[in-house]
Design a protein around this ligand. Structure first.
Ligand code: ADP
Ligand code: MG
Length: 628
């Protein structure tokens, strides 16, 4: 048997790093600008603690594209490197100078905003460049150096002419990466990844019009000057204290984040924690429509003001992925490519924190200005209802601010409703009945009947409302929900006094038979009911339970697979005290009686929106005949 050691040489690893370390080649620019930013922030820190005796000034980072010479240059005015430091930080792959710096200045530098972490970012340059040069001069009094490497493990290091402090990285762009020599492409990348980085980034120049002098005459011609084109906002709103920001500041920042979005956010939530993890950010509630899928993935994740991803799955609870805004946390564990999140304890804590913070904000919005909260309710309800169903921690808190609007646009909390109903409903039912409608127009006649009796009717029209109702009933054993068309109103909410039927048992049998010969048995169950003579003679109802189960299966109710294929089942309630019931019984001619029943049935169907197509045409024709 032979044993040995597998020989992993640099020659083997280098091409691997180049090819597979980062799946996205475009991130080279993010990494190099991050290094330039780190170099600048390190200098800032060292000058602030008096360790670097140089003027910090107003350093910026410049990105240049030289298409003719196939070069991209990233120039900073940061701490630079001595020859020894190049040997140490650049020539040792996977040795992070950033981590070393943070370790060395542990106590003072923890809030310095330094980005680097793995000691691999620099090498991403070789994903797009066939040769990379570094010309750098340290803030220390040492000569500048010039490092050149063509992607093989060999490099050269020689003295350089550079006299001013800082580092210039020159990428000789490879044939397969010439897309990055296009100015628009670099602008796009800078906007995507570096828009809020903490050091100003110059990319080209723009012209600016000078203000018109006070003493300018009529013949004044506007003067323009060339100025640096700074592509980033080094102090984005989320890095500031909430107390230093006005409503307008928050709205402006929303526009900065989504320049193509023209709606105004409804409200914002400023996130700010530093224990047990570090996280800042601003979330916005946008106006939402019912189609939630298309509105997802708008929250941007940053680490120390560097854009990482707009997929925040796992970090933000699912129901809040419809929100917009920014989350910045150095404590979200990312793998080297920073593009995939790993599920770990910190991430769960972050997700819970966000849920709690959102619930607290909603509660305070509700209690501080209920009227305004009610106005916004319809635009936010879908998110909150979804949150109640999917996030137990949110559900616990939601009772304090979740509203149930009525068809007349009054808004109640569940507790308020219970109190109100307890005062009006008798104890015939062992539960309080909450009447609701899902469509004001389609259920108009039922809503009207309920309102005639003095009942409030809720308007619950979200697609997931059946699921929510089911959950609320399961958790509150004293309430039950009933859609207005689930039964005749007098049966949904029973009164103490009962109606007595005017018909004899024999007459009832005859009436039932007359109706049943006309209505399709597969769809309708005929029920005789003694009601007020003024109530509609024929009423079609759809029992709550079956309908709700069907609704739930349509919107993804677990375990109810296939229910969507069940036929619709209705009850046809015939009012035995109505004049029509009398007329049907009094009509001797069978054909005439049938046509009477048919007409009444169709009218009932019409009020449930069930009369369509051919049957509707026939009904209209028959009705014209009748009034001729
Ligand atoms: P990391 O940023 O994770 O430390 P990198 O591979 O991106 O790893 O960079 C390695 C090291 O090289 C940095 O930590 C830093 O010490 C040094 N370095 C890279 N770019 C610059 C720069 N523009 N100015 C000064 N030092 C730099
Ligand atoms: Mg780096």
């Amino acid at each position: 048997m032979a044993t040995g050691k597998i020989n992993v040489s640099v020659e083997n690893i280098f091409p691997l790093i180049k090819k597979f370390l980062y799946s996205d080649h475009e991130i080279f620019l993010r990494e190099l600008v991050s290094n330039a930013t780190d170099a600048t922030l390190k200098l800032k820190h060292l000058t602030s603690i008096g360790e670097a005796k140089v003027e910090y000034g107003n350093p910026k980072i410049e990105v240049q594209v030289d298409k003719e010479n196939k070069q991209i240059r990233i120039i900073d005015q940061g701490i630079g490197m001595t020859a020894d430091e190049v040997e140490k930080y650049i020539n040792q792959v996977a040795f992070s100078g950033a981590e070393e710096f943070l370790e060395k200045y542990k106590d003072s530098a923890k809030d310095s905003g330094i980005i680097g972490h793995f000691g691999l970012g620099f090498y991403s340059a070789f994903m797009v460049a066939e040769k990379v040069e570094i010309i750098t001069k340290s803030y220390k009094d040492e000569p500048a150096v010039h490092w050149v490497c063509d992607g093989s493990p060999e490099f050269t290091l020689s003295p350089a002419e550079k006299t001013d402090r800082g580092t210039e990285i020159i990428l000789h762009v490879a044939e397969d990466s010439t897309e990055f020599l296009e100015e628009y492409r670099i602008r796009e990348l800078l906007t995507k990844y570096n828009k809020f980085m903490p050091v100003p980034i110059k990319f080209g120049t723009t012209t600016e019009t000078l203000p018109k002098p006070e003493d300018a005459g009529d013949d004044y011609v506007a003067e323009t000057v060339e100025v640096d084109n700074i592509i980033n906002n080094p102090n984005p709103a989320w890095t500031k204290q909430p107390t230093d920001l006005t409503d307008e500041d928050y709205k402006n920042f929303y526009r900065e984040l989504y320049p193509m979005q023209f709606d105004e956010p409804l409200f914002n939530i400023h996130l700010n924690v530093d224990y047990p993890f570090n996280l800042t950010g601003i979330l916005y509630f946008p106006k939402l429509s019912a189609d939630l899928q298309v509105q997802k993935d708008r929250i941007q994740l940053y680490q120390n003001q560097v854009f990482v991803t707009d997929n925040v799955e796992g970090i933000v609870p699912e129901f809040l992925t419809m929100l917009r805004g920014v989350i910045d946390s150095p404590d979200i564990p990312l793998n080297v490519s920073r593009s995939y999140l790993q599920a770990d304890g910190n991430v769960k804590k972050i997700s819970n924190y966000i849920t709690r913070k959102v619930a607290d904000k909603l509660k305070s919005l509700f209690s501080e200005n209920r009227e305004d909260f009610e106005k916004k309710w319809n635009d936010i309800k879908i998110v909150l209802e979804y949150g109640m169903l999917s996030e137990p921690k949110f559900y616990e808190k939601a009772g304090a601010f979740v509203l149930y609007p009525t068809v007349d646009e009054k808004y109640f909390t569940l507790d308020e409703l219970k109190e109100k109903l307890a005062a009006t409903q008798t104890d015939k039912h062992d539960k309080l009945v909450l009447l609701y409608a899902s469509d004001k127009d389609a259920q108009h006649s039922y809503i009207a009947a309920a309102k005639d009796k003095g009942y409030e009717v809720l308007l619950l029209d979200s697609p997931i409302v059946s699921h929510l109702i089911q959950k609320l009933e399961a958790d509150n054993d004293k309430i039950s929900f009933a859609r207005v068309d689930a039964d005749h109103i007098d049966r949904l909410i029973q009164k103490d006094e009962e109606q007595i039927s005017k018909l004899t048992d024999e007459e009832k049998d005859k009436l039932k038979e007359a109706v049943e010969t006309v209505v399709p048995k597969a769809t309708y169950t005929v029920q005789l009911e003694a009601m007020d003579s003024s109530a509609a003679p024929f009423i079609i109802t759809q029992p709550e339970f079956m309908r709700r189960m069907k609704d739930m299966s349509k919107t993804g109710g677990g375990g109810m697979f296939g229910m969507g294929n069940f036929p619709d089942m209705y009850n046809l309630v015939v009012n035995t005290n109505s004049n029509l019931a009398g007329s049907i019984l009094a009509t001797e001619d069978a054909a005439q009686r049938e046509s009477l029943v048919k007409q009444a049935l169709d009218l009932a169907r019409l009020s449930q929106n069930l009369l369509k197509g051919e049957e509707l045409t026939a009904f209209v024709k028959r009705s014209f005949e009748l009034i001729k």
